[in-house]
Design a protein around this ligand. Structure first.
Ligand code: ZN
Length: 358
């Protein structure tokens, strides 16, 4: 369904009050919300559409609503309810942040404190207090600086096998597709060389200040930890874990965990899979987590959790920069349902319309 049609259909049902009924039906399930950034300005390191960075005003509106209408619990509460099979409190919700961006401290933390809300932040430890950033950050930055069309030309020159595919799709999808190819189809060294080559060719330099302003510092993390924010591992460098060999994957997880434990002087046992889609982790990765005493792991697979959910494959709802009614629909389970109904109706009418006459 096109994005606009999708929104119009959702808005129609939302206005009919369906979402309140669904909230009641889903009251025994638990929603884990996945935030990334909270800021009024978009950074040069983000190309996502809609953006994973939501405005401060929207964030406060969402937190205010959640604190009044939902029961906000912690990742530890969720784990213990699932392990002991004790029903969740009605309308439970958990707030998580991925990647450990500095704006979590500057913009989100004061709002969380104001409403006395506990949240969990998943850290990529190699990027804290260093001048290192991920290939994805570098990719986004250089694409913004040289412009999408220039980037696409360079991409096609370097990877001609994908030229035809790229020619056939729109702008939003080009970003998604090139990102996908660089993430899953290209060797790490080739990807690194290609991106570095662009920086050299177009004489692009990233200001050190910008890099320092991207991720949380240990000092900020400690302040948040002292005020009830819990932290978990999101690996050392944010790779696709299922694409690494066992030992490399183990090191990504264990080193990151140890690093946080040493800095915060407490046991770290919560984990978030980088990228978090179904194919980004597997049984071996789950085994590493179990062997290293992680209590649970969250994915980016969309949906709610219940008492039978796999603790090492918890679903989440990704929060993006969308209008407030859309946020409400997402957490009430409305959007997914409407999508399923729409698909069924669409198939039904297609069958009637195209069935051959007798
Ligand atoms: Zn991430």
């Amino acid at each position: 369904m096109s994005n606009l049609k999708h929104k119009v259909v959702n808005m129609f049902f939302y206005c009919l009050g369906f979402s309140y009924i669904l909230k009641f039906i889903n009251r025994k399930k638990i929603r884990v919300l996945m935030y990334h950034g909270v800021d009024n300005q978009q950074t040069d390191f983000n190309l996502d559409i809609p953006s994973l960075i939501i405005s401060i005003k929207n964030f406060e509106k969402q937190i205010n609503y959640l604190s009044k209408s939902y029961n906000i619990i912690s990742m530890y509460d969720l784990t213990s309810h699932i392990k002991k099979k004790i029903p969740f409190p009605s309308n439970s919700v958990i707030i998580t942040f991925d990647d450990g961006l500095k704006n979590n401290f500057i913009n989100a933390f004061p709002i969380l404190q104001k409403y006395n809300i506990k949240a969990t932040v998943f850290l990529i430890t190699d990027y804290i207090d260093t001048l290192k950033i991920s290939w994805l950050n570098k990719f986004s930055y250089v694409t913004k600086k040289i412009g999408l069309s220039e980037f696409v030309e360079e991409f096609k020159r370097k990877f001609p096998a994908y030229s035809n595919l790229i020619g056939k799709i729109g702008q939003k999808n080009i970003i998604e597709l090139t990102n996908f190819i660089l993430r899953y189809k290209v060797d790490d060294n080739i990807r690194e060389k290609f991106i570095q080559g662009l920086y050299n060719k177009f004489k692009i330099k990233i200001n050190k200040r910008k890099i320092k302003d991207l991720y949380l510092s240990w000092k900020e993390i400690k302040k948040m930890a002292n005020s009830g924010i819990s932290f978990g591992s999101h690996t050392s460098t944010h790779p696709v874990l299922s694409m690494l060999n066992y030992e490399k994957a183990r090191k990504e997880i264990v080193n990151s965990k140890k690093n946080i434990e040493v800095k915060l002087d407490k046991k770290i046992n919560l984990f978030a899979y980088p990228y978090g889609n179904k194919d980004d982790f597997d049984l071996n990765i789950k085994k590493i987590l179990v062997n290293n005493n992680f209590l649970c792991a969250v994915s980016a697979i969309d949906g709610f959790n219940n008492l039978n959910s796999d603790l090492y494959e918890l679903k989440r709802i990704c929060i993006v920069d969308e209008p407030f009614y859309y946020f409400k629909m997402r957490i009430e389970g409305f959007e997914g349902l409407i999508e399923r109904i729409y698909q069924k109706l669409f198939r039904f009418f297609k069958r009637i319309t195209f069935s051959p006459s007798p």
